[in-house]
Design a protein. Structure first.
Length: 215
């Protein structure tokens, strides 16, 4: 076999081997939502959890939501609504849990219809750039409105303690051919980070971009 072909074959083998072993470092583990460690503290009602092991250790991420609270504003003579979202990630050590990061968002004193919730089945762990370190991704929408305007949407991703954020609005169908909303913006970390992260976030955004009034 010619030397050039041998060299190309060897390089291809190394690339495939690197990809295989990098991906194999990420392992999603079973996380029983009813049997979380007692040290795993969270606020509100638990919605989803994900547990994984990567090259840097074992982790647990939790997303939760408060109940919607209502309070009469006597001065304005109207009812106001408030609700909060929470996320927390723990590094699972041998004898303890170490908090790595937190996410918090809220809408307070909304006098109209209030929507703020995580989008279901989005919380997940990936290794998009095959470096053996998992990325955790979540997505939620939030709005206080009295009309058919779009919701604000956010995608939050963490790799280690580095946060990446994508912010914008979903789309509302106005006529058979016209939509309102849909703009988005990546933060500096996303723009300067791996392209695979942005591509993944865009696909997730497009999948959830149309407002579903039936939910």
């Amino acid at each position: 076999m010619p030397k050039v072909s041998l060299v190309i074959s060897f390089i291809s083998f190394l690339l495939l081997s690197h990809s295989f072993f990098s991906q194999s470092k990420i392992k999603t583990l079973t996380a029983d939502i009813s049997k979380l460690p007692k040290e795993a503290k969270y606020n509100g009602a638990l919605k989803e959890v994900v547990k994984w092991r990567d090259a840097s250790g074992e982790y647990l991420a939790i997303i939760s939501e408060s109940e919607e609270s209502k309070k009469i504003n006597a001065e304005a003579d109207m009812e106001e609504r408030s609700k909060q979202l929470f996320a927390v990630c723990y590094h699972i050590k041998k004898d303890s849990l170490v908090e790595k990061w937190k996410v918090f968002d809220q809408i307070s004193k909304c006098p109209f219809d209030l929507t703020i919730s995580f989008i279901q089945n989005v919380l997940q762990v990936t290794d998009l750039n095959n470096d053996g370190i998992g990325e955790v991704c979540m997505m939620y929408k939030m709005v206080c409105r009295s009309d058919v305007s779009p919701c604000d949407m956010k995608i939050i991703m963490y790799q280690g303690q580095q946060k990446f954020a994508m912010r914008g609005q979903n789309k509302v169908k106005m006529t058979e051919t016209e939509y309102f909303g849909g703009e988005y913006k990546f933060d500096k970390a996303f723009n300067e980070g791996p392209r695979e992260f942005r591509d993944f976030a865009l696909k997730l955004w497009e999948k959830n971009i149309i407002e579903n009034w039936e939910k």
